[in-house]
Ligand binder design. Structure first.
Ligand SMILES: O=C(CO)[C@H](O)[C@H](O)COP(=O)(O)O
Length: 225
């Protein structure tokens, strides 16, 4: 296992101190979440009684693999704790997410949760957001116009592709990866993007994280803001 994978594993596993019997857990997406879910499955086999709400099809697959029972928003609107990875975490704990293309459901879950715990290996910790290109989910209909409007805000946009075709999110939408350079006012940019017709959601998670657990090669540490 690489040092980075181990850091992800340590951060993911450490987040389970927030999980107690009877809880409903928001399950994020991505490789750090994978390690959290693998360990969660072990706890469930040992008798822990919890349910999860999955933020992506990939996470649903892992839930089935590790024996994590799932529920959904029809059955419960209450999420005790959401645990999810991030592509960048700044010093104010604002995030860029969506590298895996699950940003909309991840945000709905994080927003609904009483507590939102971010798990990230140390490479994700930055002083300012923006090195990682900002994912923005947009409607396929007229996506060229929406991408052009985003570009007018000062960002270079690239339609995300997979196997040469437009990447389609679990919600049936497209994602444009946007380069705004270093983002000086993340909240303002998020609001400007959200005002554009055709934009479904941005990968900027402003003021949402309640705790950040950083993973290092040999330890995980809950950060102080
Ligand atoms: O936002 C995400 C998916 O949409 C992921 O949480 C983010 O990309 C981090 O992934 P990883 O844990 O694999 O580094």
């Amino acid at each position: 296992m690489t040092k980075q994978d181990n850091a992800k594993k340590l951060a993911g596993e450490a987040s389970l101190t927030h999980v107690e019997n009877g809880m409903t857990i928001g399950l994020g997406s991505g490789s750090t979440v994978y390690w959290m879910m693998r360990k969660l499955g072990e706890h469930i086999k040992e008798g822990l009684n919890v349910k999860g709400i999955a933020s992506s099809r990939q996470t649903e697959t892992w839930a089935a693999e590790f024996g994590v029972p799932l529920t959904n928003f029809h059955e419960t609107q209450h999420i005790d704790v959401a645990i999810d990875g991030a592509d960048e975490v700044d010093e104010a704990w604002n995030l860029i997410k969506g590298g895996g293309g699950a940003l909309v459901r991840e945000k709905v879950i994080a927003d609904a949760a009483e507590k939102f715990v971010v798990i990230a290996d140390e490479s994700k910790l930055v002083s300012r957001l923006g090195d990682f290109h900002l994912p923005v989910e947009i409607l396929p209909f007229g996506w060229e116009v929406t991408a052009e409007r985003i570009a007018h805000l000062g960002g270079r946009t690239v339609l995300r592709k997979r196997d040469g075709e437009a990447f389609v999110s679990d919600n049936g939408n497209y994602i444009v990866d946007c380069d705004f350079g270093i983002i000086t006012d993340a909240e303002k940019l998020h609001k400007q993007l959200k005002l554009l017709t055709g934009v479904v959601e941005t990968g900027l998670f402003i003021n949402m994280a309640d705790e950040v657990i950083a993973g290092y090669a040999d330890k995980a540490k809950s950060l102080k803001r």
